[in-house]
Design a protein around this ligand. Structure first.
Ligand code: ADP
Length: 300
């Protein structure tokens, strides 16, 4: 358990009683006998105050732990389901091929293509879980070096391209010709931007419009990914970067995912000294932003 998780308990049961006792002590010292007359009352008030604050802090911690436990259970269910689905279809196609039920070479090729696709999906999911485990345990270290931002964003777009084969996308690249450099772990930053592009793809309907833009202003450069999807309700916006968090509305729940993508984006961006944010009006799409410090100060 991390310190920030038990902080309310420490405040409720240690700091508050200590502060109350200190106050009582000071009162006795300053007002002498007058305060002594009220000592019993002051002690009762202190005791009741401590009990109320301590109990409230305990409840807050318990509620949060219960919420995390529920998210974790949902996550395990979701991941198990996502591992089982491709495995089932791989097994089914391999058995069909083994039994020689597909004689037509064209159908055999199609079956093998599905097996290859599902295998890639499985290894993608496993890599994501391993990556997350490395981040959580602090083993993921970012090796920062000076990177011109333009090529980093082009690499993310290139990695996103295979998605365009699955479904047409109106993809807008709105990048100024001269973008500054940033201190970055190139592959991690590509991964963060790609994650936002993939989410924009996943969460938009059949008419997909996605825009990748960047703008430098003084010491900061901001990368933005905008989509024309359903957007994110205000109550979800403050949670989307939490680990395991998935939206509550059934429409977005049907989309495949683990609730780790944006938590990983945040980990990467914070590891680069930057900030992530989301802006969205439900029904009007969403814009995710990554703000990073420009390498060597302001962009001229
Ligand atoms: P997931 O694997 O569920 O996509 P993420 O951490 O990437 O996990 O996203 C967390 C949640 O934020 C998603 O489940 C989804 O509800 C919401 N979300 C993320 N990106 C978008 C987007 N572009 N439009 C609408 N909702 C989004």
């Amino acid at each position: 358990m991390k310190l920030r998780h038990v902080l309310p308990l420490i405040i409720g049961f240690v700091f508050v009683p200590a502060a109350l006792m200190l106050t009582v002590g000071i009162l006795i010292l300053v007002y002498g006998s007058v305060a002594r007359d009220y000592l019993f009352g002051i002690l009762i008030v202190s005791l009741v105050g401590t009990t109320i604050i301590g109990s409230a802090a305990t409840l807050a911690v318990l509620f949060r732990e219960a919420r995390v436990a529920k998210l974790q259970t949902d996550f395990v269910n979701k991941v198990s389901h996502e591992l089982r689905t491709p495995l089932t279809s791989i097994r089914m196609f391999v058995e069909t091929l083994q039994l020689g039920r597909l004689q037509d070479p064209q159908r055999q090729r199609e079956a093998l293509e599905i097996v290859a696709e599902e295998t890639a999906r499985l290894s993608g999911l496993i890599n994501r879980l391993l990556d997350w485990a490395r981040m959580e345990s602090g083993r993921r270290v970012y090796e920062l070096s000076r990177q011109p931002l333009g090529p980093v964003l082009d690499a993310a777009l290139a990695a996103f391209e295979p998605q365009l084969l699955h479904h047409p996308v109106q993809l807008e690249r709105d990048l100024p010709p001269r973008l500054p450099s940033v201190m970055a772990d190139r592959s991690a930053l590509v991964e963060a931007v790609l994650n936002l592009l993939n989410n924009a793809f996943k969460y938009t309907g059949p008419d997909k419009r996605i825009r990748l833009s960047a703008v430098a202003s003084g010491p900061t450069v901001t990368i933005a990914v905008t989509d024309n999807g359903p957007g994110i309700p205000l109550r979800d916006q403050k949670h989307v970067f939490d680990k395991f968090y998935r939206a509550s509305d059934p429409l977005r729940r049907t989309v495949e995912g683990t609730g780790l993508g944006l938590a990983m984006v945040k980990h990467i961006v914070v590891g680069h000294g930057g900030k992530v944010s989301v802006e969205s009006e439900p029904g009007c799409g969403a814009t995710f932003r990554i703000a990073l410090p420009v390498a060597g100060g302001a962009h001229g």
